[in-house]
Design a protein around this ligand. Structure first.
Ligand SMILES: [Zn+2]
Length: 342
């Protein structure tokens, strides 16, 4: 191995030194993240990766009418998600019903009444689970909101990045993990009424499904597919849960796309016109307020955020595929971390 100290480098050109320095530098430093995405689909997309994209496209199609909570579009979306959960090998949760909560029936839908001065239509989260092989009474909650903004006049807010991308990722990871199994139980939580105020996640957390002490961590995914300027996936939360950081960084270091920990607090928007508190930016905030550990996966905000132009053609399919592979590996790593903390 050549000696790569700075003096040596200034004196001589040793090609091996440059290679080593590049490998040792942080994943995103000086690297063209856009070019790197070619690594994701060098051999073409697998059948599961094809299905991932089809789920994203279907959820952000005109048929879903922008998935606004309380509308027929949102209902179509949650029926689609429940069907895909079933096809992916998930099982529904038993839910208590009847006047004294004595009856139990299994359902994909967790219904709730959102708060507000005006009567809002009932909301429904879609929940499926994989039973843990070693510790089935402890849970990881993997979440993504499926609702979006609906229509503006006759124009549809398609919400491809926000957040058909997160929901399709939920389904993909469900498929993978139902084949391999997991140490702990994993709940796949597609939330409703996120855009109006994180109400679906709040109902889930407040109703104790499951008890807070039994939730090891929430991993929330919101906006995974629009690469923005820097083509980087951010994983927020490790600042608050440093014990998970080595496991997260091992996964990000091997990711097929550029990925970093960060966005843990307030930062400026993509055009520097406003500030975003990433801790409160999506459903993980409801878990955070109950002292439940969380990670948030997302790209930075982007030009088409909350506009009618958030459509699949604005996304990068190779980048998105790499992000979802990374998200899957992250769930696997977190599941093992809580079995054998290092
Ligand atoms: Zn969102």
């Amino acid at each position: 191995m050549p000696n790569c100290n700075l003096v040596n480098l200034l004196q001589r050109t040793i090609s091996g030194c440059f290679v080593l320095l590049i490998m040792a530098s942080p994943v995103n430093a000086g690297q063209d993240c856009r070019v790197d995405t070619s690594r994701v689909n060098a051999n073409g997309f697998s059948p599961q990766q094809q299905a991932l994209w089809q789920d994203l496209v279907h959820l952000s199609s005109a048929a879903m009418q922008g998935r606004k909570s309380g509308t027929e579009g949102a209902q179509l979306a949650r029926e689609y998600i429940a069907r895909r959960y079933q096809e992916s090998g998930l099982v529904p949760l038993p839910q208590k019903q009847g006047q004294d909560n004595s009856e139990e029936t299994a359902s994909w839908f967790h219904t709730f009444t959102p708060p507000g001065l005006f009567t809002r239509t009932e909301g429904a989260n879609v929940i499926g689970q994989i039973k843990g092989q070693h510790k089935p009474d402890k849970f990881l909650v993997l979440s993504a909101h499926y609702d979006h903004l609906g229509k503006q006049g006759r124009k549809i807010h398609f919400g491809a990045n926000d957040n058909a991308s997160g929901v399709a990722a939920l389904i993909y990871i469900a498929q993978q993990l139902s084949q391999t199994g997991s140490h702990h139980s994993i709940l796949f939580l597609a939330t409703d009424y996120e855009e109006a105020g994180l109400y679906g996640a709040a109902a889930f957390v407040q109703q104790g499904i499951p008890e807070h002490a039994d939730i090891l961590m929430n991993i929330n995914m919101d906006m995974l597919a629009q690469p923005g300027r820097n083509w980087t996936l951010y994983v927020a939360g490790t600042r608050w849960f440093p014990e998970i950081k080595p496991a997260v960084e091992r996964v990000l270091g091997n990711a097929p796309i550029c990925a970093e920990t960060g966005m843990d607090r307030v930062s400026r928007s993509y055009d520097r016109s406003y500030r975003i508190d990433w801790r409160k930016a999506s459903d993980h905030w409801e878990f955070a307020q109950q002292d439940i550990a969380w990670l948030y996966l997302g790209v930075k905000d982007f030009k088409y955020y909350h506009t009618i132009y958030d459509t699949p053609d604005k996304l990068s399919r190779p980048f998105y595929t790499g992000v979802v592979e990374t998200a899957w590996q992250l769930v696997v790593a977190v599941d093992s971390h809580f079995s054998h903390p290092k």
